[in-house]
Structures are given as C-alpha cells and as structure tokens.
Design a protein around this ligand. Structure first.
Ligand code: UD1
Length: 346
C-alpha cells in the first residue's frame, strides 16, 4: 500500500479512481482547485470507501503549495511515493479560443508538479492523456504506435506533456505512464458520484442523461453522413469504473517496477459505438425515450476513434469489463439521484 498524491481527484475520473484506490488500501492526498469539480465529491468518495483522505484546495501550478505538500508528507514520516495527475483543462473549443491558458494549466502545471516531485525524490507518475492525440486517423484500430497528429491546442498540450514525461524517463530513475483515454462515461453504480459538467454539456453522454432528467429537451446528433454504418460518429466509450481500475493497476505497476519505465497505453474497450448506438442503448437500459434530431456536423469532430486495448492488457493485465448497458444504468443512477449534480447536495 502506498501514499499517493492525486491531483484533480475531485473531478469525474479522479473521484472514481479515488474510491478504487482507497478500497485497495492506499493512503490519499487529493489536490484540487475545484474550478470544475466539487468538494462534495470528496465527501462522497470517503462515504463510499469507508475511508478518509486528505483534501487540499490548491492549484497545481502553485510551486509553494506543491512544495509544502511534499515536505509535510515527508516530515510526517509518510513521503508521497507516486502521483496520479488528473488536474487539467479538457474543453477543445475553449483551448482554441485561449491556447495560452491551456499551455499554462496543462503544460506549466505538470512541469511545476514534476519539479516538486524531483526535489523530493518522488519519481513515479501516472498521467491523464487522451485519444484525441491521434487527430483524424484513417486506419484502425489505433495502437500506441499509430502516429499522433494533435489538431487543437488541447491535444497539443496533452502530447507535449507526454513528450516531457518520456524525456524525463530517458534520464533514468523515473517511472511514468501516459494513459490515453478514449470516451469515459457512466458512474459509480451507487449513483453517489458521477459526471457533473459546468453549464450545458459538450459531451454526448451527460447530454443524454440530462435529457432523461428533464434538464434538456432534445439531443442534436452532429451529422449522419459520416462514413460509418449508420452515418453517425463512432467512439470507444468505456465505463469510468473500468478506467478507475486501470489507474490503480498502472500505479501498482510503476511502484512494483525495479527499473525506470516509460509507458503509453490506450484505454478503451476496442468496441466502437455510434451516436445512435448510445442513444438506443440508453433507451433500452432505462426505458426512457431520448428525443433527437440530426443537425450539421460539429466542427473538429472525426468520424471514428476506436482503441486497440491489447497493450494495456499485456502490460497491466487490465481490460474493460463493463457493457454499454452498465454504463447507461450507472450513469442514469447518478443523474436521476442528483439531477443538478453536486449542486443540490446537502
Ligand atoms: C470530446 C473532445 C475530446 C475530449 C473529450 C473529453 C471534441 C472534438 N473532442 O471527445 O478531445 O477528450 O470530449 O471527454 O470536442 N455528439 C452529438 N451530439 C452532442 C454531443 C456529441 O451528436 O450533443 C456526438 C459527437 O459528434 C461524437 C460523439 O457524439 O461523434 C461523442 O462526442 P463527445 O462526447 O463530445 O466526445 P468526443 O468528441 O469524442
């Protein structure tokens, strides 16, 4: 069992990962600025796992906060052994409008974190990367050696961090894993934690659950003239609990490694689903009809992204186990119990 720092641990993927890590017996410090997350998520993580964690409100770019965090842990005789770094920005359009902000938070933030880690001899890091680094690929499935082609600042910042990590790993001593997420959806099966986007959701799945909850009226399907079987975009959706378990496997793998390590792993199911597959899957799992209309393509969308997840299975012994029905049932359990997300929480 290890003492871990989780940056961005109150967010969607971070909070689910914290539950899995606490249940596995790890000790957690969570650094989050709550700019796109709620402290209530951390209360519920503790309630679900039956264990406590130490939450710290702060910005990952703040060198003084990081220094204090590592120094305090060390002087208490329980130094931080590894970091899982979720904290960052992820809205593609926002990144096009304000690229400097994305480079600042995503790249400079990670650099500040790595400096603090280096100072304190903590050299194991799991990083949240994204399948969007592949750009608009034309051959499938996507393996980790498929050429990258980041087409917007968000993807560019994620790839820049991957490159910073592999450069660091090549100096020796570091153990790093960049996890390229495909499309995480769903929620913890309890319905106590889940995805809580600010404002109107950009992403398909929370848009659907908010329609089901009566917050939104109708789904706009962005294009049905893609070169896919039903004409709508294909993505590799995976259950957030599967993704959380992959993080636990990755951090264990790094901590158990005797040698320096630099890993890049795709995390998906390997089974692409169209927009209409998701709509109909949600309807079948919940009995709720999702009204939709087909509109123009969304600029920047690609026809298809689908992982080859074999490398993660080979290296970590991990594969996604949960079905689309599980993703829909659990996502709906969260949204129906928390129609306004964490904002209605007592
Ligand atoms: C998007 C981002 C990606 C980011 C991820 C974070 C873009 C171009 N990509 O991925 O970089 O890592 O979110 O979670 O923004 N769709 C609709 N109607 C909607 C919403 C989506 O038809 O209201 C369709 C899209 O056209 C796409 C699919 O649903 O085919 C999935 O979209 P979304 O959930 O936004 O994810 P990505 O675009 O894959």
């Amino acid at each position: 069992m290890a003492r871990l720092l989780i940056t961005g641990g109150a967010g969607f993927i971070g909070s689910h990962t914290c539950v899995v890590l606490l249940e596995a017996g790890h000790e957690l410090l969570v650094l989050d600025d709550f700019s796109n997350s709620s402290p209530v998520a951390l209360d519920r993580v503790q309630e679900l796992s039956g264990r406590s964690l130490q939450g710290i409100e702060g910005d990952v770019r703040d060198a003084a906060v990081l220094e204090q965090l590592f120094a305090n842990a060390a002087s208490a005789g329980a130094p931080i052994e590894a970091v899982i770094h979720f904290a960052g920005l992820k809205a593609v359009v926002e990144s096009v409008v304000d690229p400097l902000h994305y480079w600042d938070v995503n790249v400079s933030g990670t650099r500040a974190l790595l400096s603090a880690m280096e100072t304190h001899g903590c050299r194991s890091l799991v990083f949240s990367s994204t399948s969007t680094v592949y750009g608009e690929p034309d051959s499938f499935p996507l393996t980790e050696t498929t050429p990258t082609d980041p087409i917007h600042p968000y993807a560019q910042t994620k790839l820049a961090v991957e490159q910073m990590l592999s450069a660091l790993a090549s100096t020796g001593d570091w153990r790093v894993a960049s996890l390229r997420y495909f499309n995480p959806v769903g929620a913890h099966p309890s319905g106590r934690i889940g995805e809580d986007p600010l404002g109107i959701p950009n992403n398909l799945f929370p848009f659907i659950t908010q329609i089901a909850a009566g917050r939104l009226e109708k789904l706009r399907v962005f294009g049905d003239d893609y070169p896919t079987p039903d004409g709508t975009g294909i993505r590799d959706y995976l259950h957030v609990m599967d993704l959380a378990e992959a993080h636990a496997a990755a951090v264990d793998h790094l901590l158990q490694s005797d040698a320096p390590l630099s890993l890049t792993l795709n995390l998906g199911t390997g089974q692409g689903l169209s927009v209409l597959d998701v709509v109909h899957g949600f309807e079948a799992a919940t009995g709720i009809t999702i009204p939709y209309e087909v509109v123009e393509r969304r600029p920047g969308d690609v026809p298809k992204l689908e992982a080859c997840p074999k490398q993660a299975a080979n290296v970590l012994g991990w594969s996604a186990k949960r079905s689309l029905a599980d993703m829909c049932r659990d996502g709906w359990a969260w949204q129906s119990a928390n129609p306004q997300g964490y904002r209605e929480a007592p």
